[in-house]
Design a protein. Structure first.
Length: 139
């Protein structure tokens, strides 16, 4: 029996098609819903990764998201929603690079829906990015 995908990620014809590689809608038909807290650029030992390096920090954050979703029994391709929080001190020309990092971890054929927010600062001033996620894992 073929596997039926329990989540459909899409861009409705009645809305603009994003050029930044994300979907507008995630329709969840069934599955285990997993919320992942905002992940920061710390390695497993709690050390900051990528001091003053936005894309290195983003890479570590996605590694943490991957570890979290796998701990819940899924894979990064099960992530359906990402919320990015980027500090305003990051050079805006670097923010498109986040997609190149993200694309190594998610299903690029049906990318997660997402929100990207620029904030004055995060809890710790050395953090340049924090990302939280929602995943739907099909048993």
């Amino acid at each position: 029996m073929p596997e039926v995908r329990q989540v459909t990620l899409f861009n409705p014809e009645t809305m603009f098609k994003p050029t930044a590689g994300y979907s507008q809608v995630a329709e969840v038909k069934s599955g285990k819903l997993v919320y992942i807290a905002g992940q920061i650029p710390f390695d497993q030992e709690g050390n900051l990764v990528g001091k003053d390096d936005f894309l290195s920090q983003a890479e570590q954050v996605f590694k943490n998201l991957k570890a979290a979703v796998e701990a819940a029994g899924g894979t990064p391709e099960d992530i359906v929603k990402l919320n990015y929080f980027c500090v305003e001190s990051v050079d805006p020309s670097l923010t498109p690079g986040i997609l190149a990092v993200r694309d190594r971890f998610v299903n690029v054929a049906a990318p997660p829906i997402s929100t990207f927010v620029v904030v004055k600062r995060l809890v710790r001033p050395e953090w340049l990015i924090e990302i939280e996620a929602v995943a739907v894992i099909n048993a």
